[in-house]
Design a protein around this ligand. Structure first.
Ligand code: FAD
Length: 431
């Protein structure tokens, strides 16, 4: 394949667009920044003939488009949905990460727009001679092969940005408020508090759908409100639905039952009315508050027709090659990449995978910028381990990791005290 930078005017910056600033997106900002800086250093010492050697003016501009003004730790959402205090620990403003002190911020919110001035006068801000890092507080509304349209938060204004490379890391939408609308920590905490207010006076709570969200949310409600009856309703005989071992599944069931959660397996809900759920086989289940966790879809409504027709799978995922470039049959879009939850790959989607993919595409972009072929590939499908970790009843941590099935592995218990937030904050404060 060819690099789109080869034919580029040396005086123009190279624009890299990152859509979505969660696990996948911020891994790209971090890793790409690190690699560009290394490249710059090598160029200065005459060791490299890479992007900077094409002329000092060929500066790289990395632009993040993300509506939130910080990183929301999705992993901790079920606990956030029962405790606004805990929620305030799970949203970390971009400004408080050393590595995401932006050179430029474009926001219609006057306070948010001031972040860049503060960053630029902050002595802890990393030196970025090799690139510029900017953030636009907006949502991408259209993506074509070389440009994107976006809509600013707050003002609703629409703008266009050209790019040389784009990385789609826009993740998934889920039942509100599992996917909250918040743009700031305050809005997020308020949304979580409203959710608690909506069920706190109800006696019988039903969660419909025992995927990760249903299992963890029913567990958190029972743990924080032990006096309530919590039903977890699932249409199949086992849970969770992912292809994991029977041992893992039975440990999850045991943890839910031990915690006093009422499991209704092989139960499909046909309708909901007047405080009762009616099953497809005619049973009635009292439910004062019902929450459905059985829907999710990728945030890809912005794909332009051409990309949608060529690279969107029937399941609504992006077809990518092993280098994460959009690719299907004999067609490849080398400068547009998909990572994280949005890709069509035979894996159980996790934050860990999103970060891993973010790191690989960063290395591949550096290769393309240097006029080389991409070479950093996803591990072969036969080597992909099937693993999952769930916070079940009584906050038990049930894990299937590298073939090992455990309850309350010491390291995981420690990490899940903050749901990884401490680890994530640490890694993006230390380049
Ligand atoms: C309840 C729950 C528990 C989980 N537990 C674990 C766990 O224990 N361990 C684990 O590894 N994984 C876990 N996961 C899975 C993990 O959260 C996902 O795999 C991960 O969030 C995927 O990261 P991502 O960067 O691809 O997308 P996301 O985290 O979904 O982020 C997408 C980002 O894109 C932004 N965005 C969306 N649309 C646009 C747009 N149009 N323009 C610009 N930006 C946009 C969003 O605001 C968001 O910031 C859990 C998931 C859930 C729901």
């Amino acid at each position: 394949m060819t690099s789109s930078t080869n034919s580029k005017d040396n005086r123009k910056p190279i624009n890299i667009l990152v859509i979505g600033g969660s696990y996948g997106g911020i891994a790209v900002l971090n890793q790409l920044g690190k690699l560009l800086k290394e490249k710059e250093t090598k160029t200065e010492t005459g060791e490299s003939d890479g992007v900077s050697a094409r002329g000092a003016a060929a500066k790289v501009v990395i632009t993040l488009v993300e509506p939130k003004n910080g990183f929301l730790n999705v992993i901790g959402i079920p606990r956030c949905m029962v405790s606004a205090d805990f929620a305030s620990t799970q949203f970390v403003d971009f400004e408080s990460f050393k590595n995401f002190k932006f050179d430029k911020v474009i926001s219609s919110d006057a306070e948010t727009a001031k972040i860049a001035a503060r960053s630029n006068s902050d002595s802890s801000k990393p030196d970025r001679t090799g690139y510029v890092l900017q953030w636009i507080q907006a949502k991408v509304t259209k993506l074509e092969e070389s440009y994107a349209e976006y809509q600013m938060e707050y003002s609703g204004e629409k703008e266009v940005i050209d790019f040389d490379y784009a990385i789609i890391a826009s993740g998934r939408d889920r039942t509100y408020p599992v996917a909250p609308k918040a743009r700031s920590k305050k809005e997020f905490v308020d949304e979580m508090q409203s959710f608690v207010d909506s069920f706190k006076d109800k006696d019988v709570i039903s969660i419909v759908g025992a995927g990760a969200v249903g299992i963890e949310l029913s567990s958190e409600i029972k743990l924080h409100f032990p006096e309530k009856q919590v039903n977890l309703i699932h249409p199949h005989a086992t849970l969770p639905p992912e292809p994991l071992s029977d041992d893992f599944k039975s440990k999850v069931v045991a943890s839910l039952e031990n915690a006093g959660i009422k499991l209704l397996l092989n139960t499909r809900i046909a309708s909901e009315a007047d405080g009762f759920l009616t099953t497809t086989d005619g049973r009635q289940i009292r439910s004062d508050f019902t929450f459905w966790t059985n829907s999710k879809n990728n945030n890809l409504a912005f794909l332009g027709d051409k990309i949608r027709k060529s690279y969107l799978s029937p399941a609504g995922n992006l077809y990518v090659n092993k280098f994460f470039q959009l690719s299907y049959n004999d067609q490849t879009l080398p400068n547009v990449m998909g990572i994280g939850d949005v890709v069509e790959l035979p894996i159980i989607k996790t934050a860990g995978w999103a970060m891993y993919m973010g790191s690989l595409v960063s290395q591949n972009i550096i290769e393309l910028l240097s006029g080389n072929e991409v070479s950093n590939a996803m591990i072969a499908s036969e080597d992909i381990p099937k693993g999952m970790l769930l916070v079940g009843g009584n906050a038990d941590i049930i894990s299937q990791n590298q073939g090992k099935i455990e309850v309350n592995n010491k390291e995981f218990v420690e990490l899940y005290k903050t749901y990884w937030v401490d680890r994530i904050v640490y890694s993006y404060n230390n380049a």
